[in-house]
Design a protein around this ligand. Structure first.
Ligand code: DQA
Length: 148
């Protein structure tokens, strides 16, 4: 694996200010730096993108698909209703891992539904930033298992 996308959806630009009990203390930039540093140890480059707009996320993913080997995505609230993002992830044909900082299965009922997770090889939630490191390891293992 050489390059991966790290995608964040709506409101995740406000990490560090949002409900810290759910989302932790890190800003988005520090979270991205942490993932980049960890990835570098495995010779991986991380391309980061955040948007509050569904269409911009889809445009970016489509534009970068040919360049990358996997996707780590925290779609924010789009997780719970964006069939367009689900289809976009499927259409990449790439291994994708969905990450949530908070424990979405133990909050409001509507957060338990993920329409994007079925397009992913795994969904990780409730582990704050550690979830992203686990996602990196999952992509690495997936690549090793599927090498030909
Ligand atoms: C989130 C969980 C979503 O339900 C929420 O809308 C977010 C963040 C998380 O990282 O825990 O914006 O994806």
């Amino acid at each position: 694996m050489r390059k991966i996308l790290l995608i964040h959806g709506p409101n995740l630009n406000l990490l560090g200010q949002r409900e810290k009990n759910h989302y932790g203390d890190l800003t988005l930039v520090s979270l991205e730096d942490l993932v980049k540093t960890e990835a570098k140890k495995n010779d991986l480059e991380v391309i980061c993108f955040q948007s509050n707009h569904e269409g911009e996320l889809i445009d970016f993913i489509q534009e970068k698909t040919a360049e990358v080997d996997g996707i780590i995505i925290n779609p924010g609230a789009l997780t719970h209703y964006s069939y367009a993002l689900h289809d976009c992830l499927v259409d990449t044909g790439l291994p994708c891992v969905e990450v949530h900082l908070s424990d979405v299965d133990n909050r409001e009922e509507w957060r338990k539904i993920s329409v994007t997770a079925p397009a992913c090889i795994a969904k990780i939630s409730g582990k704050k930033e550690q979830g992203y490191i686990d996602a990196l390891n999952l992509l690495k293992a997936y690549k090793a298992d599927n090498a030909n």
